[in-house]
Design a protein around this ligand. Structure first.
Ligand SMILES: [Fe+2]
Length: 339
């Protein structure tokens, strides 16, 4: 039984040497931005006080924020972990428990932040399809603009030991596995983990923990935009602004999102997405292959698959070592059950 069950991801926190440069990018990406207390904040349209924070300093990822349901949950976490519940001295107030995960990542669990009503005015207009024509006498007229970020959806962390990290996050936050990704049968590389909200639907993933070679860090953070046209307009806007594309547009297999990845001026990868899968706690976990992780249902292939991006140093050797390990296990026991 987990200490608490988190409701969602709350924010991601970075440091950057030039807040003006970051602010300019965040505006093009579709955030509403403001500065307070020497920090730069990015807000979406879900009414939450902030989703993206930048502090002055050498460029790096600083922390991932998770949202607890109540102050009582923070107190439960505080007594289980032997750390204090602190007042959160940031926009929206509230309280915070600060933890450090097995890889040294800062995890900021927040609750009680002020929240405004979500702005859902950027609704998807009716679409005509072969089967149904609900849009009658009304032309489509889209305005060039940055995407409308609604909320933060997930973060992807590179971890050194997937099983250790999975156990750590599940024990504290009640996360559930949606898809576990395997390098070979029985050899996990990572998993897409979602919040346990009982019979209330939850995004396919809130955290993806990936045991991949390379330095520790955030692989990307993802933000939900209003709808498909909004995502495509956002893509066009970022392209026209000369921003650096990373991967997209396409539709993922795991989570099914339509995605579009971009790099901020300091090399952090941020994703726009729309139309992702939702599951309740009753939905069982699945196993997936490494191939399915990078494959798309349609759209731009992953840059590594078309040679535009070199595989991370050691990736091939890492996968080979995992496969060899599995082969050895099966060779030892020809019945097919690993020893
Ligand atoms: Fe993502």
């Amino acid at each position: 039984m987990a200490v608490i069950r988190i409701e969602d991801i709350a924010h991601v926190r970075f440091a950057a040497p030039n807040l003006a440069e970051m602010r300019s990018f965040l505006k093009d990406f579709g955030f509403e931005t403001f500065e307070e207390g020497g920090r730069l904040y990015g807000r979406g349209r879900d009414g939450r006080p902030f989703l993206h924070v930048t502090e002055p300093g050498e460029a790096r990822f600083l922390a991932v924020g998770l949202r607890a349901a109540s102050l009582a949950d923070l107190e439960a976490l505080s007594s289980a972990e032997g750390v204090p519940v602190e007042t959160l001295d940031e926009p929206g107030g509230g309280h915070i428990v600060r933890l450090v995960d097995p890889d040294g990542y800062r995890v900021e669990v927040v609750a009680g932040q002020d929240s405004a009503a979500p702005d859902l005015s950027c609704a998807d207009p009716p679409r005509n399809s072969a089967a149904a024509k609900p849009r009658l006498g009304t032309p489509v007229r889209l305005k060039s603009a940055p995407a409308h970020i609604q909320r933060i959806g997930h973060a992807v962390l590179r971890v050194r030991n997937f099983r250790a990290s999975e156990a750590w996050y599940k024990a504290r936050f009640g996360l559930l596995t949606s898809d576990e990704v395997e390098a070979a049968k029985g050899v996990p590389l990572g998993a897409f983990l979602r919040c346990d909200r009982g019979d209330q639907p939850s995004d396919h993933h809130t955290l993806f923990l990936a045991q991949l070679p390379g330095p520790p860090g955030l692989l990307h953070a993802a933000f939900e935009v209003a709808h498909l046209d909004d995502l495509m307009l956002g893509h066009q806007y970022l392209k026209a602004a000369g921003r650096k594309p990373a991967w997209g547009v396409g539709r993922h297999i795991m989570g099914s999102q339509i995605f579009d990845y971009w790099l901020d001026p300091f090399g952090n990868e941020l994703e726009h997405w729309t139309d992702g899968d939702l599951y309740t706690a009753a939905d069982p976990p699945n196993k997936q292959t490494m191939k399915a992780l990078l494959a798309v249902q349609w759209g731009a292939p992953h840059p590594m698959q078309v040679g535009r991006l070199a595989p991370p140093v050691g990736l091939v050797a890492f996968i080979m070592a995992l496969r060899l390990r599995v082969l050895r296990l099966f060779r030892r026991n020809p019945e097919g059950t690993p020893a």
